[in-house]
Design a protein around this ligand. Structure first.
Ligand SMILES: NC(=O)c1ccc[n+]([C@@H]2O[C@H](COP(=O)([O-])OP(=O)(O)OC[C@H]3O[C@@H](n4cnc5c(N)ncnc54)[C@H](OP(=O)(O)O)[C@@H]3O)[C@@H](O)[C@H]2O)c1
Length: 325
């Protein structure tokens, strides 16, 4: 079968389209014939070797397609059924992939009308947005929210979802005025560049600070938001796109009366699969009913390396989805 593959870590040039053997489902697993597959920032991080992965590797951790086969012990699904899935061991940028039954959701009932292009583009980030705002940030109506990396695929969803959950103020921050304007044009109340935050946050929040800061960026912006939280505010760390962390003393959390929280989709799945499944289903329902519009660009097999280039070049604004068949 056809798959995007890399045999060594490195830049986007290590990606190739290759013939690879069909994977077989094991116990509790589902084989899926993929129609659409998301290209995700996590694919970039693993491809460049930030985290170890056995090689050769096939990227892709979100797909839509139809069930091709069931491993031992799988019930409640049937061959030919349309599904959306998170193959958490990657492999989704391929004609067939294996996913766990917990993260395979039938496109039926409230999800019956969901376009597989949107389903594949939403799966990972919509589940993450729900888990971040509801689970980690414990968002409440009237909260004032700041999202770093607001013009990225996840960032755009976070702003829209915060609004749907009743936030009173939703501010998006980005690296350039163009990206900040993109966030403002896509539902944020204000779009700011990171360097403006310290100066403008007090005026935007009546001098109180933000109740929630969502931070998938790390690096300098993570430094720049120190001191911008309201009393008992929550700084939620969900990524490290800049590939640079900061040092924070635990005593500072006490002195400043704030909460440091986190959300990691794979980590939640490993320890609370039921919770991850509920977050995935809620995120997909919100996309299906139009609460969470998604900005998707469909690409072909020859477009995957360029999508990686744009993701790591901070040039993406929305979601790339590979049309597999
Ligand atoms: N915790 C989880 O379970 C989970 C799940 C999904 C995604 N994530 C994380 O969320 C982040 C966003 O994912 P995404 O799908 O929205 O990707 P994306 O569309 O490429 O967005 C990446 C964002 O990070 C910002 N960024 C800052 N420094 C960067 C750098 N050095 N290189 C590239 N981008 C940089 C970019 O905005 P500016 O250029 O404006 O700063 C951009 O908005 C990633 O870090 C990803 O790992 C975490």
């Amino acid at each position: 079968m056809r798959a995007v593959r890399y045999t060594r870590t490195g830049g986007p040039e290590v990606l190739e389209v290759a013939e690879v053997p069909f994977p077989q489902p094991g116990e509790g697993e589902v084989a899926i014939d993929v129609s659409h597959a998301g290209v995700h920032f996590a694919d970039v991080m693993f491809r460049r070797g930030q985290f170890p992965l056995p090689l050769p590797a096939v990227p892709g951790l979100e797909v839509a397609g139809t069930v091709a086969g069931l491993g031992p012990g799988v019930t409640g699904l049937r061959v030919g059924q349309p599904v959306v899935a998170l193959p958490m061991g990657f492999g989704g940028n391929a004609e067939r992939v294996i996913a766990g039954v917990t993260t395979t959701v039938p496109l039926e009932g409230e999800l019956a009308g969901l376009d597989p292009l949107l389903a594949a583009g939403a799966a990972c980030n919509a589940a993450t947005a729900v888990g971040t705002l509801r689970g980690a940030a414990r968002i409440a109506a009237g909260d004032r929210i700041l999202v770093l990396g607001a013009s990225g695929g996840l960032g755009l969803l976070l702003g829209r979802l915060a609004r749907a959950y009743g936030a009173a103020l939703v501010v998006g921050a980005a690296s350039t005025p163009q990206r900040a304007a993109r966030a403002a044009g896509a539902g944020y109340d204000r779009g700011l560049v990171y360097g403006e935050l310290a100066g403008l946050a007090p005026g935007l929040t009546d001098g109180q600070g933000f109740d929630v800061i969502v931070d998938a960026v790390g690096g300098e912006p993570r430094e720049q938001v120190r001191g911008l939280l309201a009393v008992l505010g929550r700084h939620v760390v969900i990524g490290n796109a800049a590939d640079r962390d900061i040092t924070l003393d635990a005593n500072q959390v006490w002195y400043d009366s704030f909460t440091l929280a986190g959300y990691n989709l794979g980590g939640v799945l490993a320890r609370r699969p039921d919770l991850l499944r509920a977050q995935l289903e809620e995120g997909l329902r919100l996309v299906a009913d139009g609460t969470l519009p998604l900005d998707v660009e469909e690409i072909g097999w020859d477009g995957v390396a360029e999508a990686h280039r744009r993701l790591e070049g901070r040039a993406a604004s929305g979601k790339y989805v590979l049309r597999v068949r």
